[in-house]
Design a protein around this ligand. Structure first.
Ligand code: DC
Length: 226
């Protein structure tokens, strides 16, 4: 079913600009947007709220399968995320939620539980899928695949600015450490580790502006974006 619907995957570690590029691309093309990281963050948050241990694979997978979540696009085109009818848009963006997400994302049963939910985002006219394994596991037949990278220092700096802008607390030093730990966990897990698909275009965003990255991505999309 998803084969017929165009899919552009944008994978890579945190802080490489994937989310920004994916959302700009989705807006420009008028396509749907899958923020797969949000699903892992929501699963972790729901598990914590239900008092579960994050390594209780069966229980966390059950939470993932039954996630009561809604993505609502507000008038300013900001997406608000509701978990069990409660607005958790800010709660899921904290570093704690990110680290907890990385822990539950290492559990194969949790990844399996979220697989179909992610594939369901592939609806006409197309979807931009942002994550770690969009091109390798979730949409291996994607029309175009991108893998964004950047040096850890640049990524920590970007994350620091984002968090400060949102009024969230962080120190640069702890961010670098957390980014390295999270990368290590995401890369070394057995289930769908973070890695570029063989047919992905790899773009190093360390010294590129958002517009430059977007132009580069579009230049590889050719006739899909017309
Ligand atoms: O992109 P993000 O920071 O919101 O993702 C949070 C965590 O979720 C990240 O550390 C790894 C995990 N994740 C994943 O394993 N697979 C995805 N497709 C997306 C996110």
């Amino acid at each position: 079913m998803t084969d017929a619907i165009p899919v552009i995957t944008v994978d890579g570690p945190s802080g490489v600009g994937k989310g920004t590029i994916s959302q700009l691309l989705a807006r420009k093309l008028g396509w749907h947007f899958l923020d797969s990281g949000a699903l892992y963050r929501l699963t972790a948050l729901a598990a914590l709220r239900h008092g579960l241990a994050l390594d209780d694979e069966a229980a966390v997978a059950n939470i993932a399968r039954n996630l009561d979540v809604e993505f609502l696009t507000a008038e300013d085109s900001d997406v608000r995320i509701f978990l069990e009818k409660q607005d958790v848009s800010s709660d899921i963006r904290t570093e704690k939620a990110g680290n907890s997400a990385s822990k539950v994302a290492a559990l194969p049963a949790v990844r399996e539980a979220l697989l179909q939910r992610q594939r369901d985002f592939a609806e006409p006219p197309g979807v931009i899928a942002d994550g770690r394994d969009m091109g390798t596991t979730v949409f291996p037949q994607a029309t175009r695949k991108f893998f964004l990278t950047a040096s850890p220092a640049v990524r920590a700096e970007r994350r620091y600015k984002q968090l400060k802008e949102k009024g969230l607390d962080a120190t640069l030093h702890s961010l670098i450490e957390e980014i390295e730990q999270r990368d290590e966990r995401d890369r070394s897990r057995r289930a769908s580790p973070l890695r570029p698909a063989d047919d992905a275009v790899i773009i190093d965003t360390s010294v590129k502006s958002i517009d430059e990255v977007l132009d580069e991505v579009l230049s590889h999309c050719g006739e899909i974006v017309r």
